[in-house]
Design a protein around this ligand. Structure first.
Ligand code: PLP
Length: 444
């Protein structure tokens, strides 16, 4: 039966500060004037967010929202988590910046802690400032190490927006028309929309065909997100990465896991998304959740691959900045202390279970998927044909905001709600989100 009254946000004991700053309209006008025409914004009237506390955000009127998108999957531990704020403030007071031309304890402590979270021989860390930069460096390493040029990426992937990584990205919404070099995009092993359903072997065969027919037979590497983020929380067909990693290595390439969204326990139970597919990559790239919002990224690889970089200096001014390193180290400690992987698995399976039962009542919910707190809800106007419910998604998106829930949107057609909250999101929050979605769809 349809819910009669709108759900109420779970209680939260926090009073935001009164806000007397610039109005939303004024900020919006200035943003249009000074921040360029390529930015996009959420909501017909964009929200003016002035404060964040754990899984909640507050707008300029003091209204509280459940943040189910975490600043695009970036606030891993929670907005302004006290342990991370403290680590950053203390380091800022002592020394804000020094480059790696001098020694600083924060960078090596963080590198050691990060390496301890990696399986196999993934022990050498390079710090950068974003996911894009991490993937640029990973692609460069793959090409130098293998001595080959051809890179393979998945259709529907997002790996960054720089001149190099835009070639790896395969979503027309984000792709500028630039030369992309030797990059081949293979059929996406998407169990919901993919041409071969969940048959990993057929997708792997198609990738092999690309190598055989489209490259000299030797490749530099293969890159994939373990759950596609921007592409709409798309899981890869089970077993796909295992098959493909074998093929790629036989063709002389290295295997890169883009863990920019799926890392740090978000997928539940494991620290890294690739662990859910039982593989160990040769290079792992990470950013977003690594710093709970600090501008930070990293590439972790093996000593053998790192060795190839020794022929020249690999350096960037801010990578491993002490403030970001102190913050990143605090993130790892919080994730361990609060056992966030276990929490993500527990709350995530509750959320998915509740969404799947909601799906039984609402035809518009075509697919519910994901792992841990990396969840996608794909909306369709026709379940058989899987026609993307573009307009309806936009309407529901606004309604959810009005009810107090901020979700993300994604997928090529913009018809997937992405639920990727800070990892302190609770079962009560999950219930509120599902009830809000139920209420919003019922009122359509
Ligand atoms: N890789 C993935 C999987 C991403 O989702 C993103 C950003 O959304 C990037 C790379 C690029 O990261 P950044 O925006 O920090 O450059």
């Amino acid at each position: 039966s349809s819910p009669e009254s709108p759900p109420i946000l779970p209680p939260f004991d926090y009073e935001p500060r009164p806000y007397n700053g610039m109005s939303a309209d004024e900020i919006f006008q200035k943003r249009k004037s000074f921040l360029g025409p390529s930015l996009f914004h959420y909501y017909q009237k964009p929200l003016n967010i002035v404060e964040g506390k754990m899984q909640y955000l507050f707008d300029d009127s003091g209204r509280r929202y459940l943040d189910a998108f975490a600043g695009i999957v970036t606030v891993s531990c929670g907005h302004c988590h006290p342990d991370i704020v403290n680590a950053v403030v203390e380091q800022t007071k002592l020394l804000q910046h020094t480059t790696t031309i001098y020694l600083h304890h924060a960078i090596v402590e963080f590198a050691e802690a990060l390496a301890s979270k990696m399986p196999g021989n993934l022990k050498v860390v390079y710090f950068v400032n974003s996911g894009t930069e991490a993937n640029e460096l990973a692609m460069m390493m793959a090409r130098l190490y293998s001595g080959n040029l051809s890179m393979i990426a998945l259709r529907n992937a997002y790996h960054g927006g720089s001149a190099g990584t835009i070639g790896l990205t395969a979503l027309n919404t984000w792709k500028y028309p630039l030369p992309q070099g030797e990059i081949h995009h293979v059929v996406n092993p998407d169990p919901y929309r993919g041409v071969f359903g969940s048959d990993a072997a057929l997708y792997a065969k198609e990738l092999q065909d690309h190598i055989d027919y489209g490259t000299p037979g030797k490749i530099a590497g293969f890159i994939a997100e373990t759950i596609q983020g921007v592409g709409g929380a798309v899981e890869l067909a089970p077993g796909y990465l295992k098959l493909v990693y074998d093929i790629v290595r036989k063709a002389g390439g290295v295997c890169i896991a883009d863990e920019v969204q799926s890392g740090f326990g978000r997928t539940g139970s494991h620290y890294w998304g690739f662990e859910t597919q039982g593989v160990i990559p040769d290079i792992v790239t990470m950013a977003k959740g690594i710093g709970n919002g600090l501008p930070l990224g990293a590439v972790v690889t093996t000593p053998e691959i790192a060795q190839v970089m020794a022929q020249k200096i690999q350096f960037n001014t801010f990578g491993g900045n002490p403030v970001c390193s102190a913050g990143g180290l605090a993130v790892l400690k919080v994730l361990d202390k609060e056992k966030r992987q276990i929490h993500c698995a527990d709350v995530g399976s509750h959320l998915i279970e509740r969404l799947r039962s909601l799906q039984k009542n609402h035809e518009i919910i075509g697919d519910v998927r994901g792992q841990g707190l990396m969840v996608g809800i794909e909306l369709v106007t026709d379940r058989e044909k899987k026609t993307p419910a573009k307009v309806e998604t936009g309407v529901l998106f606004e309604k959810l905001k009005d009810l107090g829930v901020l979700v993300g949107k994604g997928g090529l057609h913009g018809n997937v709600f992405r639920i990727k909250p800070p990892m302190c999101f609770t079962k009560a929050d999950a219930d509120f989100l599902v009830d809000a979605l139920d209420y919003a769809i019922s009122g359509m």
